[in-house]
Design a protein around this ligand. Structure first.
Ligand SMILES: Nc1ncnc2c1ncn2[C@@H]1O[C@H](COP(=O)(O)OP(=O)(O)O)[C@@H](O)[C@H]1O
Ligand SMILES: [Mg+2]
Length: 317
């Protein structure tokens, strides 16, 4: 299969006054055409920074190293003018939450249409075509009253419907790569199930590849072809969803899975270290129950295992 996205040794740091804090270190993964890769890991590990780096949405104080290739073209540090043609039509994002991403004073249909920046869709026949394609998306996302809700305001829709409006905003430009950041965060149980189903349907249709960022492992299980596990700014394991969830290799992955409600809710002890004070060796060593002497002294390399990678001394080249 062809790679749509290739991220290699991505490093991101932020300048904070006179100090530079390194957040992502040598993050590498790829996404094939039509593939869904989930990035899982606890809050603060660097998932959103990874998505923002790909989308060129990092703030001014960020420094990006390594390479991000889209369709073989290096887009890592290209100027905003050069990146603009990619935004929306090639790579798009689903905004995070209805309360912060939807304008309460604008009709939802118009909000979705505004994601299409090509001016020709503002007038006449093209404008009509765009409206039809948005109504078509509403129908695919199983929104009710698809013709009327185009002219509804967010407050007239339920939470689940507004979540689907956000998803429509991500897919209206027919991107080849969709970046979805925590679609199930801060929503209740019933709504979470609905949102997961929407992404499962999108995947079935195979309209685009996805980087599915989540701390919700059960959601990743339902949607992803492969899973990358991130800990403290580094990827520690990548593999097929079933392999990672049923036969985790890295001690951190094992801990994450054991903490799932369906696997007994065994919460992992300890905390992720601060990015300003990182361990010298393996970043997970202070919390690891399988550590050896080497782990606090040296950093393990990413090892190629069958159908995946793991960054742990217990695995050898
Ligand atoms: N603009 C920024 N300036 C400084 N630090 C940042 C910035 N954005 C994110 N960070 C830091 O990067 C780390 C990873 O954040 P993030 O990617 O949002 O985590 P996650 O999405 O996994 O919860 C956090 O420690 C966060 O405070
Ligand atoms: Mg995040």
């Amino acid at each position: 299969m062809e790679n749509l996205l290739e991220v290699k040794n991505l490093n991101v740091s932020f300048l904070m006054g006179k100090r530079k804090i390194h957040i992502l270190k040598d993050v590498s993964f790829n996404i094939e055409k039509n593939e869904v890769l989930a990035v899982i890991g606890e809050t603060g590990c660097g998932k959103s920074v990874t998505g923002s780096a790909i989308l060129h949405l990092l703030p001014e104080n960020a420094e990006v190293g390594g390479s991000i290739k889209y369709n073989g073209i290096d887009i890592t540090n290209i100027h905003e003018n050069e990146f603009r043609p990619y935004r929306g039509t090639e790579i798009a994002a689903v905004p995070q939450s209805p309360s912060t991403s939807l304008d309460p004073l604008m009709k939802v249909g118009k909000q979705v249409s505004e994601c299409v920046t090509d001016k020709k869709y503002k007038y006449g026949e093209h404008k009509k075509q765009l409206k039809e394609s948005i109504i078509n998306i509403f129908s695919k996302l199983k929104l009710p009253r698809i013709n009327e809700i185009y002219d509804d305001y967010p407050c007239e829709l339920s939470g689940g419907m507004n979540q689907r409006i956000l998803i429509s905003m991500g897919i209206v430009t027919k991107p080849k790569l969709l970046i979805v950041d925590e679609p199930t965060k801060a929503i209740d149980w019933a709504l979470r199930k609905e949102v997961i189903e929407v992404f499962q349907d999108l995947k079935k249709e195979r309209r685009c590849a996805m980087l599915f960022i989540t701390h919700d492992i059960a959601a990743a299980k339902c949607v992803a072809d492969r899973i990358a596990v991130m800990y403290c700014g580094q990827i520690v394991e990548i593999g097929y969803t079933n392999d990672v969830l049923n036969n985790p290799k890295h001690p951190y992955t094992k801990g994450l899975i054991a903490s799932m409600p369906s696997r007994g809710f065994h919460v992992m002890e300890g905390y992720m270290p601060s990015f300003a004070d990182l361990p010298i060796g393996c970043r997970f060593e202070p919390r690891c129950s399988e550590k050896t002497d080497n782990c606090s002294k040296y950093e393990p390399q990413m090892i190629n295992i069958k159908n995946g990678y793991v960054k742990c001394f217990r695995f050898k080249l």
